[in-house]
Design a protein around this ligand. Structure first.
Ligand code: Z5A
Length: 207
C-alpha cells in the first residue's frame, strides 16, 4: 500500500525541527516506517540549491529565481526520494513543502499564487500532502526563538512585516482546507504542543 505524505510547516523558530523527531517516534510506535526529509533540500542537488537560497550574501537573488529554485529542488526531491518512498509503502515526513512556497514566495514576496499553482501542477502532478501540520506562533516569539539559536540566514534577515504576511498566508490556506491541515498552537510548552500533534495524527493513523 502507498505510504502517507505528512509535512510540517510554520514561520521561523516555530519548532518544526524539534517536533519532526516527535512525529517520527509517534509513528514508529504505531509500527509505521517513516522517512524524514526537508525542503529545500533532501537530495544532493537539492542541498546545494538550499545553500544558495539560504546564504545571506546572496542578497541579489531575484524573486522569480528564488521561486524557480524552490521548485527545481522540489522536482529533484520528488523524483529521487519522495515518490519512490511513497510507492514502496514508506511514510514520508517532510520539514516544509509547497505550502512554504505559497506562504513565503506568495504571501511574503507577493508573487501571484496562480504562477505558484502552475509550477505546483507541473512539478508535482496530482501529488499533495495527506496531512499538513501547521505550527502557528506569533511572529515575534518565533523570531526570538530562532535568533537565540543561530546567525540569521537570507530569509531570517527579512522584516517582521514579511513574516506577518507569511503567517497570514499559511493560516488562510489552513482555514480554507480543514480536511488536510491541522493548526497547532506552537506557542505553548513543548509537551502541550506535542499532545496537540498526537491528536492531529490520530485521524491519519486510523485511515
Ligand atoms: N522556504 C521558502 O521560502 N519556500 C519554500 O518553498 C521552502 C522554504 C520549502 C529554510 O527553511 C528557509 O526556506 C525558510 C523558508 C524558506 N526560511 N527561513 N529561514 P528551514 O525550515 O530550514 O528554516 P527555518 O524556518 O528557519 O526553521 P528553523 O529556524 O530551523 O525553525 P524550526 O525548525 O521551526 O524551529 P526549531 O529549530 O525546532 O526551534 C527553534 C528554537 O525554539 C529551538 O531553540 C527550540 O529548542 C525552541 N523551541 C521549540 N519548541 C519550543 C517550545 N514549544 N517552547 C519553547 N521553545 C521551543
Amino acid at each position: 500500500m502507498r505510504g502517507k505524505f505528512i509535512t510540517i510547516e510554520g514561520t521561523e523558530g516555530v519548532g518544526k525541527t524539534t517536533n519532526m523527531a516527535y512525529v517520527q517516534q509517534h509513528l514508529q510506535a504505531a509500527g509505521i516506517n517513516v522517512l524524514l526529509t526537508r525542503e529545500p533540500g533532501g537530495t544532493r542537488i537539492g542541498e546545494k540549491i538550499r545553500e544558495l537560497l539560504l546564504d545571506a550574501r546572496n542578497n541579489d537573488l531575484l524573486e522569480d529565481t528564488e521561486l524557480l529554485m524552490m521548485f527545481a529542488a522540489r522536482a529533484q526531491h520528488l523524483q529521487q526520494v519522495i515518490e519512490p518512498a511513497l510507492k514502496g509503502g514508506q511514510w514520508v515526513l517532510c520539514d516544509r513543502f509547497t505550502d512554504a512556497t505559497y506562504a513565503y514566495q506568495g504571501g511574503g514576496r507577493g508573487i501571484d499564487t496562480d504562477r505558484i499553482a502552475m509550477l505546483e501542477t507541473w512539478v508535482q502532478g496530482a501529488l499533495r500532502p495527506d496531512l499538513i501540520l501547521l505550527l502557528d506562533i506569533p511572529v515575534k516569539t518565533g523570531l526570538t526563538r530562532a535568533s537565540e539559536r543561530s546567525a540569521p540566514d537570507r530569509f531570517e534577515q527579512e522584516q517582521q512585516s514579511f513574516f506577518e504576511r507569511v503567517r497570514e498566508a499559511y493560516l488562510n490556506r489552513a482555514n480554507n482546507d480543514p480536511q488536510h491541515y491541522r493548526i497547532i498552537d506552537a506557542a505553548q510548552a513543548l509537551d502541550v504542543v506535542q499532545n496537540q500533534i498526537a491528536r492531529a495524527l490520530q485521524d491519519i493513523l486510523a485511515l
